[in-house]
Ligand binder design. Structure first.
Ligand code: NAD
Ligand code: IPM
Ligand code: MN
Length: 355
């Protein structure tokens, strides 16, 4: 049955502008590769919905989403209207937790012909995956505020790491590395300063590594790791990190390839008990929203990751070839990559390059 049901949630700002390009390319891929994609669009999980209803999503959002094969998401957040922690904890972070999407998989790849901000780097020098823990860690709701508004004010937010939650994301990272040519895992740590959780994280990495004799591994403290991303990106193959460290690394990595505008992600529930969610790494970009100039490649590459996840590997590979063809042309890529095209021109060019 090569008929897929997807839930489409564009969100806010440029999420609404890049989503149609993602859909355009998906539909073209479906018609060329002989499968169908039924779309159910949702108007919630965006700040307009919050303004109308006082919450980001309806109480029965799970029922409304139903049981799609995947969720295709844009970006959420409009800080002028809704504080970011309200809009994000009321939408995207709910999805990640409620659907137990415990892996956030984020590729970092320098594409041919794209101007690289790191001098002298070629495609192949930057080609790795960030595997980010996506349901616990520093993003916790354990904590609180005491004596608010007084000079005794105290705020506490606990990092929560479980053996179950840590081991499963480490296992995913090592499994992924085992499929790659270089078979190398780098772990992001900070066990010198964060002296309870991070030494424990390092121990879990060592334990997991024992199951993978063909995979090599090393670790860097997060501070020097950010420097190594810039100075020696060719050292990396699979980088595994806690929720916050992985968040930071997955903006830094793509920036080293020219822009965060191309970066995709899969919020994956590997067990398949819940839908996985595919979205660009970037946010709603209020500074450029409404101008039609956002780079649609992050959304389109996310569509390719979604198709790969659904088992349509050939169509996914075809989308990536089309993306590479278009990104190599300054006239077809967007301004963040020193190109001259707008969002729709770039998206259309990718759909047309698809074969
Ligand atoms: P952002 O990713 O929205 O933007 C950062 C910078 O990158 C901006 O200058 C923006 O113009 C640029 N940029 C981002 N995407 C681009 C694209 N496709 N093409 C060209 N340029 C692009 O991050 P921010 O400014 O920190 O956050 C803005 C809002 O988005 C906030 O509400 C934030 O919470 C939210 N956010 C949401 C997500 C998500 O939905 N997954 C991710 C990050 C931020
Ligand atoms: C991301 C985003 C989110 C995160 C924000 C918007 C909560 O930055 O998907 O990387 O921190 O996970
Ligand atoms: Mn982020």
């Amino acid at each position: 049955a090569r008929n897929y049901n997807i839930s489409v949630i564009p969100g806010d700002g440029i999420g609404k502008e890049v989503m149609p390009e993602g859909i355009r390319v998906l539909e073209r891929a479906a018609s060329l590769y002989g499968f169908t994609i039924a779309q159910k669009w949702q108007d919630f999980a965006c700040c307009d919905y919050y303004v109308k209803h006082g919450q980001m999503m309806p109480d029965d959002w799970k029922d409304q989403i139903g049981k799609p094969d995947a969720i295709f998401f844009g970006a959420v957040g409009w800080p002028n209207t809704v504080p970011d922690h309200i809009s994000l904890w009321g939408s995207l972070l709910q999805f990640r937790r409620e659907y137990d999407q415990y892996v956030n998989l984020r590729p970092v790849r320098l594409m041919p012909g794209v101007p690289c901000p790191l001098v002298g780097r070629e495609p192949g020098d930057i080609d790795f995956w960030v595997v980010r823990e996506n349901t616990e860690g520093e993003y916790s709701s354990v904590g609180g505020k005491m004596f608010p508004g007084t000079d005794r004010e105290i705020v506490i937010q606990e990092t929560v790491m479980t053996r179950h939650g840590t081991d499963r994301v480490l296992r995913y990272a090592f499994d992924l590395a085992a499929t790659r040519t270089r078979k190398h895992v780098t772990s992001a740590t900070k066990s010198n300063g964060i002296a309870i959780t991070m030494p424990w994280w390092d121990e879990r990495v060592e334990e997991m590594a024992k199951n993978y004799p063909t995979v090599t591994h090393d670790k860097y403290h997060i501070d020097i790791l950010t420097a190594q991303f810039v100075l020696n990106p060719d050292r990396f193959d699979v980088v595994v990190a806690s929720n916050l460290f992985g968040d930071i690394l997955s903006d830094l990595g793509p920036a080293c390839t020219g822009t965060i505008g191309v970066a995709p992600s899969g919020n994956i529930n590997p067990d398949g008990t819940h839908p996985s969610l595919f979205e660009p790494v970037h946010g709603s970009a209020p500074d450029i929203a409404g101008k039609g100039i956002a780079n649609p490649v992050g959304q389109i590459w996310s569509a390719a990751m979604m198709l790969e996840h659904l088992g349509e590997a050939e169509a996914a590979a075809a989308i990536m070839r089309a993306v590479e063809t278009v990104l190599a042309e300054p006239g077809l890529r967007t301004g963040d990559l020193k190109g001259t095209a707008n969002t729709a021109q770039c998206g259309r060019a990718i759909a047309e390059a698809l074969t």
